[in-house]
Design a protein. Sequence first.
Length: 559
Amino acid sequence: MENGDRISPIAEIESPSSVTHTASSPDLRGAMSQLSSVSQLSDVQPTDWAFQAVQSLVERYGCIAGYPDGTYRGNRSLTRYEFAAGLNACLDRVNELIAEGLADAVSREDLATIERLQQEFAAELASLRGRVDTLEARTAELEANQFSTTTTLSGLVWFNLTGAFADGDIQVETSDITAPPVIRPAGRDPVTGRPLTAEVTDDPEITFSNLAWITLNTSFTGRDNLVTQLAVGNGDSPANVFASAGLYNTFGVPYTDQTGGVNIGDVTVVVRELFYEFPVGDDVQVIVGPRVNWYRYFDNNSFTFFLNGTSSFNSIGSTLLNTIDRGSGAVALWQLSDQFRLGVGYLGENNEFLPASLFRTSSDPDEGLFGGTNTLTAELTYSPTSTFNVRLLYNRSNLNAVFGQVGGAPGEPIYGLLDDGAGGGLNDATADTFNINFDWLITPGIGIFSRYTYGITHIEPGDVDAQSFQAGLAFPDLGKEGALATLSYMIPFSVLDGRELLVSGGGDGGVQYEFEATYYYPLTDNIALVPAFYIIGNANNFSDNPTIYVGNLRAQFAF
């Protein structure tokens, strides 16, 4: 046990039968303090037979320690290893006296006794010193290899085995079906003005991909945190083959089956998050940085967190939120009371997975923090109990057009792509989005969750009104403590008005729907297997599209 910089030899010595023998003994718990007089010990009286012996060791050699409560607790038997520890402490003190030229302070009788005890307990003393040497070596190795006194490193690694197939040919809106799905373009027929379409006739092959996040957390005061997260991966889900232009990484795509950076399938390390958070008083937390993750702070749900809950891009959060994913700016979280929390944030676009020349407007001098794509968010969370949460969110977005179109990955609440309705280009757009989101653990083994989102995108020819919906069941600890099974039904993008302005994503007026089943099963505290299955009907909002099926098996490693 530690007492300041001192280590009590008796309390720390290990028994040969159990390395935790003395530490687990009720009589030896608690730190021991060095004594200067036997009178400091309340349970050693002058009338006790041991008083003189203890007094000699304390006042002549100073090699006996007492407990913080002022007791010696000498009414118990010692093991040979415990006695050797005390003997070693006295040996060290005698050697100090001799080294200081105070050999006369040690009587010949004591030296003879010490020599006899050294011989009798030679094996135990050698074992003790060997353990101390080993401990010192390990301590030195830890100090030499310690990354930082203020920085901790953690990581997540995923392996994804994914397959997808359809019951027939899938109709998609695109002007070039041969282009990779991530950059699949959209256009209109010059005669009819209708969005160009094509068909996907072949099922994709099964893929096996990886993704890793490495996170560094650095604290300077103990209450603050500088977060640097690096990402690398090569995922390109086969479900993307069936998506219309602007719908890459949406339906049927497991969230962790993605590439960390810009070039799909290219293993390149990127900075995914970089921000600094600190408290202001007792109730406010402020987050500021050049790359803040919007999803860390808004639209959370107990059963749709991607690590152990629902698992696809469309199910882990509202499909109509958020415009920028990650951006430059600030977020403030204010705990108004035990039941209410208010979160507000402003972020200018700056994400890692799209080309810098087009999608990092906050660091572009021509656009800047306030002139490019950006989002202003406010969310009120009400938690009347520890098992029920409801969140009301409002999002105001400014959306830059890319190549004359608005939408795609940085264009929510549009799921797809917008032009002016006649094939002409747009300059920009604004959007207002409203979201309600709740989760409720009804019993320890059953929970429910739901989201509803309504978004209006404003462009010069008119508005596009859309909605999305999700509802699901959760089964915590199903089959094993820490496991979580979820069933979810979703409508990712239902166009209410303005479908004629969509050059992709409107389909024939149908409404895409999705079923998802995910089961998080922890093998250990750090390893989990997560099978998931997705069914997509009316894909790309075409009512006559056949059903698509996607299966995924994820291995998840945390360290």
